[in-house]
Structure formats: structure tokens, C-alpha cells
Write a protein that binds this ligand. Structure first.
Ligand SMILES: *Cc1c(COP(=O)(O)O)cnc(C)c1O
Length: 392
């Protein structure tokens, strides 16, 4: 067997284990209404929680940005690929997040896997929730620091690990809203542990930014952090601009000198071409819509309540979540796929999430809701799932 034969066998094994992933090519812009091979579906898949990705105002701001700034940045930010509109966006994001400074990255994945190795290196220690996003896990591997992964949300285990560590630099790292479970980390308690054990605290608010907190300022703002914490410099936050904000990119925010250091040292920032400046123009418009988006957030909250109340079937359980991420735990991969396929037959698209994205035996439908859904959409979904209870 040569390398290609081994790869073919591995692909066959993915089919056998119901783990092969496919892409579907949507013929429409991002919205709950998708068109695939000419067939219409109602989708519960996207992270476009506020329904902004397809908003004509953002498309117009992007077009205007492209007319003003052209298509590309031409170089990395630290060479010549940085523009005043991007400076304005960073100022706006810092003010919105209530931090001294923000640094915008082309993607959340690059922000996370780039900054973790700047904060910690060989001989240091990282303390990570076991369900953290892949980008944080990869950052941990890149750092060469000792990785301590604590059971999901288990503060007592985290405290024991911190107390036992003599590493010179410690970093606690956690998703704010967990991407496959929808639950929210105990942020105030994590900050207290960071202060007590002289650790950095890195919080990835990919799914809270725009959705939680006053004016959608995020999970940390909702928890009152950093507030007037004496050691607010310990807290470094990441927010993505690709989910509720509906565009692309991410930002890291924190104390002025900390962000300056990250800009000097983060390889995924230094050695990549700057984002197209037109994106910054669209994002400035997006932050405005998020800030004045209380009505969208109220609609979203009502849809979440309608879904949790409407799923009357008893066979599968929703995880407890107050966010737009509502996972219905099915268990084995084949059943999760069969349920997703049955819904697809009824014109409903809900993704089945399988290992390795989630732990083995916890395959699920990840229902994600958007302010662009209507109450009728939620009724269609809950009725279809309730009907499926007795099938297959
Ligand atoms: C999506 C996601 C990221 C990556 O952000 P992108 O901008 O899509 O690269 C990082 N962290 C979490 C928790 C996410 O869900």
C-alpha cells in the first residue's frame, strides 16, 4: 500500500463510520432560506445570529468600501497593508468592548492560534476547558506550554490544577459561549481565579459578541467584566466579526500594552496579508447595527423560548442553553445523520454534528437560531422533530 492507497482506505473508513463530511452549494445569500440544487430549504445552521450577513446595508457598505479602498490590502499590516478605515474600526471595537485597545485579525482561528503562543511558551502552563474551540487547542499545541485540560466548566478541578502549578506564566483559556453546547462559562469566577493565581485569562467570545450583554457588547460585558477590576490587564478577549457581526474577521481586545505586545509578536498577524480594507467599512456599519439591535436580540430571545417550549418529544434532549445555539443530543452518529436526513426530506436543514467536533457518543443536531427566523419557522421545526420521535 502506498500513501495514496492509505488515504483512500482512510476515506472509506470515514464513510463506514458515517464521518465523511460534504459541502452543499447554496445558490442564495446567507439567510434562513437556502436553495440547493434548485430545492428550497429552511436552514437552522448558520452563526448569523442577528441576520446581518445578508443585510443590504452591510452589502452596500462593503461595496462603498470597495469603491473607496479597492479590493486588496497589498501587504501585511506591519509593512504597508494597514488603512485609516481599519484604524477607525479598531478604535470603535475597543470602545464598544470597553477596553483600551483592539487589534483586528482576518479570522478568529488566526487570532486564537496566534496569540496563545505569545502569552505562553515552553515551561509555562495553559489551563483550558476541555470543550474549547479547535483554534484555542491548536494555539495551545503551538505554544509548547504544558497543557492542562479541565473537565467542562469544572472550576474546582481548574483551581486544583492552578494550585499545583509552579509554571512562571499561567494562562486560563475558555470559550465564553461554547460553540457546540451553547452554554456560558462562569466568567467572573474565572477572572477571580486568574487574579488569585497570577494567570492571564483569555476569553473567546465568538458566539456572545453581538448577542449577549447590553447593546450586544458580549458575554464579558454581560458579566460586568472587566468593570473596575484592579487587574483588568489580565483579561484578554477575542470576539469574532464573522458570526453575529455578519462579515469576516475577529478582534483581540485588552489593555493597551498587552495588545501592543500581541501586535509585535503574533505570527498569524505579522506574516499574513492585511484584510481587505473594504471589510472594515462593512464592519463599522455592522457595529452600528449591533449597537442599536435590541429589537433583533429581543426577537431572537423569543424564538429561543419558543423552540425550547415547543420540543415536546422525549426521545432526545436539548442541552440547557439560553443562547441561539440549541443542541439536541441524539447519541450515535448514524441516528443523528438519519434524523438530519429525515428533516432534510421535509425541507428543513439542521446540521448533524459528529465526533471529532463533539465527544464520541454525543452526536447531535446543532440547531442555531437567528433573528431572521420567524415564529412560523420555529413551529415548522419543532413539529417536524416531534413527529420524528417515533420514526426509525
Ligand atoms: C468560529 C469560532 C472561531 C473562529 O472564528 P472564525 O472567524 O470563523 O475563524 C473561534 N472560536 C470559536 C469559539 C468559534 O466558534
Amino acid at each position: 500500500m502506498n500513501q495514496l492507497d492509505r488515504m483512500r482506505a482512510a476515506l472509506d473508513a470515514l464513510d463506514r463510520d458515517h464521518l465523511r463530511r460534504i459541502r452543499r452549494d447554496n445558490e442564495q445569500p446567507c439567510s434562513p432560506h437556502v436553495l440547493i440544487d434548485g430545492k428550497a430549504y429552511l436552514a437552522f445552521c448558520s452563526n448569523d445570529y442577528l441576520g446581518l450577513a445578508g443585510d443590504p446595508r452591510l452589502a452596500e457598505a462593503l461595496a462603498e468600501g470597495a469603491r473607496r479602498w479597492g479590493a486588496g490590502a497589498g501587504a501585511s499590516h506591519l509593512v504597508s497593508g494597514h488603512y485609516t478605515v481599519q484604524h477607525d474600526l479598531e478604535r470603535r471595537l475597543a470602545a464598544f468592548a470597553g477596553r483600551e485597545r483592539a487589534l483586528v485579525f482576518p479570522a478568529g482561528f488566526m487570532a486564537n492560534c496566534g496569540i496563545v503562543p505569545v502569552l505562553t511558551g515552553r515551561g509555562d502552563a495553559i489551563f483550558a476547558d476541555r470543550l474549547n474551540h479547535a483554534s484555542l487547542i491548536d494555539g495551545m499545541l503551538l505554544s509548547n506550554a504544558k497543557a492542562h485540560r479541565y473537565p467542562h466548566l469544572d472550576l474546582a478541578a481548574l483551581e486544583r490544577m492552578l494550585a499545583a502549578s509552579e509554571a512562571p506564566a499561567k494562562l486560563i483559556v475558555s470559550d465564553a459561549v461554547f460553540s457546540m453546547d451553547g452554554d456560558v462559562a462562569p466568567l467572573r469566577e474565572l477572572m477571580a481565579l486568574a487574579e488569585r493565581f497570577d494567570a492571564w485569562l483569555l476569553i473567546d467570545d465568538a458566539h456572545g459578541f453581538g448577542v449577549l450583554g447590553p447593546q450586544g457588547r458580549g458575554a464579558l460585558a454581560e458579566a460586568g467584566l472587566p468593570g473596575d477590576a484592579a487587574e483588568s490587564w489580565r483579561l484578554i478577549q477575542v470576539g469574532t466579526l464573522s458570526k453575529a457581526a455578519g462579515v469576516a474577521g475577529a478582534f483581540v481586545a485588552g489593555a493597551d500594552e498587552v495588545v501592543e505586545w500581541l501586535m509585535q509578536k503574533t505570527r498569524t498577524y505579522i506574516f499574513t496579508t492585511g484584510s481587505p480594507p473594504a471589510l472594515a467599512q462593512a464592519l463599522l456599519a455592522s457595529i452600528g447595527l449591533i449597537e442599536e439591535g435590541d429589537e433583533r436580540r429581543a426577537r431572537l430571545a423569543a424564538l429561543i423560548g419558543q423552540l425550547t417550549a415547543g420540543l415536546a418529544q422525549k426521545r432526545w434532549k436539548l442541552l440547557p442553553s439560553r443562547t441561539p445555539i440549541q443542541p439536541l443530543i441524539v447519541g450515535d452518529n448514524a441516528t443523528a445523520l438519519a434524523l438530519a436526513a429525515a428533516l432534510m426530506n421535509e425541507g428543513l436543514w439542521v446540521p448533524a454534528i459528529r465526533p471529532p467536533t463533539v465527544p464520541p457518543g454525543s452526536a447531535r443536531l446543532r440547531i442555531s437560531l437567528s433573528a431572521a427566523h420567524t415564529p412560523d419557522d420555529i413551529d415548522r421545526l419543532t413539529e417536524a422533530i416531534n413527529r420524528q420521535e417515533s420514526c426509525s
